[in-house]
Design a protein around this ligand. Structure first.
Ligand SMILES: [Zn+2]
Length: 376
């Protein structure tokens, strides 16, 4: 069976489901909207014989686990985990200015590539297995995250639990432009820096300790960490109350990214050793969030080889590359579990108004994913 031809004949149906999903806008912050989009999709999964487990959330959209087949005859340990997310960065109403449309071999719309197309892929892969009575080697567990774009501890915890139960993890984030898989992702550390000084009249600043002066000095020191592998963005800053008062408080929030654990530890060590430059100032930091880098590991390299072999059976050559952005794949990979990311379709403009998907890659990746779920 050549799934390339099979899915080519179903391209119209797949685009129609993609349109349904894109039009059900689902920004991370809007629980009601995300839940409505998820309800629409999980109903479809139920109809093709999958088991659905809902993990209710108070503030974010509910998380869903789709298991296929619903009644596995093998042990639960033998599980393949597929990571997806249904939330997007686009607010409700964006669809008015950025409608879903197809032009030539491209489909446009908010969230079309990141990652509603990934959801279409996994739905069609499972539907095909159900329609053609194909039994996957392992039980397939698909996590539909509802807060991937912002990250949230509940979903990270669930990913860790599910990943530990799985022998391998496939993530349906879009490929790199050109179709390459993602084998390395930067890790991300968000640090809040708090400076305590001493207030005094602006006319006699020597009687106080300026928290802002201290913050500026600290940011200069921190900038020395920057190099070709470690990036630092001071994204938020604040402090002081009036121009004529020596500020006793200042703060900044930093987004720091790195390729590997050694660089991560270097950054963390640096912050642990922060000392004030001004006498009487106090410097503290808090880690607001930490996403591990996705590094090249032995289990992932072995999985990549298997995936490349299966792809070549479909006449596809897979390249690999690295990206600065994070994804849920980093969490699974950080546990030492064989993980591969960027298995979603090709396109461009993620988080930008020209976000689009290349339709030929939707067909190719559906064929590839079906073979992977069948053979791995
Ligand atoms: Zn994404």
């Amino acid at each position: 069976m050549d799934y390339n031809f099979y899915f080519k004949s179903r391209q119209g149906e797949m685009i129609s489901l993609l349109k349904d999903l894109v039009q059900r806008e689902s920004p991370t912050s809007d629980k009601k909207a995300v839940d409505a989009c998820s309800a629409f999709l999980v109903e479809k999964f139920k109809k093709i014989g999958a088991k659905i487990t809902r993990f209710p959330q108070k503030k974010r959209g509910d998380l869903h686990l789709v298991e296929f087949p619903a009644k596995p005859d093998k042990k639960r340990e033998d599980q393949l985990l597929v990571l997806t997310h249904i939330d997007t960065v686009w607010p409700v109403g964006k669809i008015q200015q950025m409608p879903f449309y197809v032009a030539g071999d491209r489909a446009f719309g908010p969230g079309v590539l990141d990652m509603k197309a990934g959801l279409v892929l996994v739905f069609y892969a499972l539907k095909t297995m159900n329609d053609l009575n194909i039994k996957p080697k392992k039980t397939i567990a698909v996590l539909i995250n509802a807060a991937e774009e912002t990250g949230c501890e509940e979903s990270h915890q669930l990913i860790r639990t599910l990943a530990k139960r799985s022998s391998l993890v496939l993530c349906l984030e879009p490929s790199l432009p050109g179709g390459a898989l993602k084998t390395q992702r930067k890790g991300r550390l968000v640090i809040r820096l708090e400076i305590q000084g001493k207030a005094a009249h602006g006319g006699s600043p020597d009687k106080g300790v300026s928290a802002i002066d201290e913050l500026v000095a600290q940011l200069r020191l921190i900038s020395r960490l920057r190099n070709k592998d470690i990036s630092i963005n001071v994204g938020l800053i604040g402090g002081g109350e009036k121009a004529n008062v020596v500020p006793d408080r200042a703060w900044a929030v930093l987004d720091i990214r790195f390729w590997d654990s050694i660089q991560k530890e270097k950054v963390q060590r640096f912050f642990k050793n922060l000392t004030p430059t001004l006498r009487g100032a106090r410097v503290r930091f808090a880690t607001e969030s930490l996403t591990p880098p996705m590094e090249k590991t032995k289990p992932s390299a072995m999985l990549l080889q298997d995936v490349k072999n299966i792809a070549s059976g479909l006449g596809m050559t897979l390249e690999t590359g690295r990206t600065g952005g994070g994804s849920d794949a980093s969490i699974a990979s950080g546990l030492g579990i064989a993980t591969l990311d960027g298995l979603g379709p090709d396109g461009d403009g993620i988080h930008a108004e020209n976000e689009h998907l290349l339709l030929p890659s939707l067909v190719k990746r559906a064929a590839l994913l079906t073979e992977l779920l069948r053979q791995l």
